[in-house]
Design a protein around this ligand. Sequence first.
Ligand SMILES: Nc1ncnc2c1ncn2[C@@H]1O[C@H](COP(=O)(O)OP(=O)(O)OP(=O)(O)O)[C@@H](O)[C@H]1O
Ligand SMILES: [Mg+2]
Length: 239
Amino acid sequence: MSLLSLFSVSLTLNNHTILNDVSFDVAQGEVIGLIGPNGSGKTTLFNLLSGFLKPTSGSILFKDENITNVIPSKRARLGFGRVFQHFGIFRDMTLEENVRVALEALPRDKRKELGNMDELVDATLDMALLKPYAKKKAGSLSGGQMRLLEIARTLTSGKELFLLDEPTAGVSPKMTHQVADMISKLKQQGKTVLIIEHDLPFIAQICDRVIVLDVGKVVLSGNPTEVRDSEELKEIYFG
Ligand SMILES: Nc1ncnc2c1ncn2[C@@H]1O[C@H](COP(=O)(O)OP(=O)(O)OP(=O)(O)O)[C@@H](O)[C@H]1O
Ligand SMILES: [Mg+2]
């Protein structure tokens, strides 16, 4: 069974077609890379998946339930987690507080499932290698460290499907490894990940499958090496 299915999803805004007949399935436990040139519709597709936008036509199914018109907060409760392209960290709060607010925003039964909050806050900071800075203000971190904090915070929230929009943007090569490690751990736990990235070697390293968008359409999909070495990809980026 697919965890997530898109059926012929299109979006037109102000007479401008942004997504055009996008269909694909995501199996539980898959890590899928979504790539494509700037403006090809990747972030917009995430906005449709998390419910911030509604498609003009087509439908989205999650665990066989039609969620096309389901609001974002309900989707989050169903198990969608998201890391945004731009930071969602509160700079005036300590690292510990940043993790805690995210966890406390979860519904009570979910929180219970996750176990002891203090331990979870600790484990989250540990995952991002930021435990020594727990009491520091998040604003004092480097861009890369903030990114890691944000990713770790989403990853420990007990979600099932993760939408990561350019998680390695502004992250140093060393920290990029760490993001890759975090995603591998999620995969081992049977979680499902959709990840938007411009860094092709990174995508090839962690993804089971790659989907390529160009001008709002799926133009290629396959295993990472196949896609990376294909003539079509060169054509899309350099043609
Ligand atoms: N709210 C909106 N109203 C009108 N046009 C929009 C809106 N949001 C996005 N677009 C347009 O939709 C297209 C796709 O944008 P999107 O941000 O999804 O691209 P992207 O693939 O994420 O690009 P990048 O790699 O630069 O992040 C762009 O042409 C953008 O200008
Ligand atoms: Mg984008």
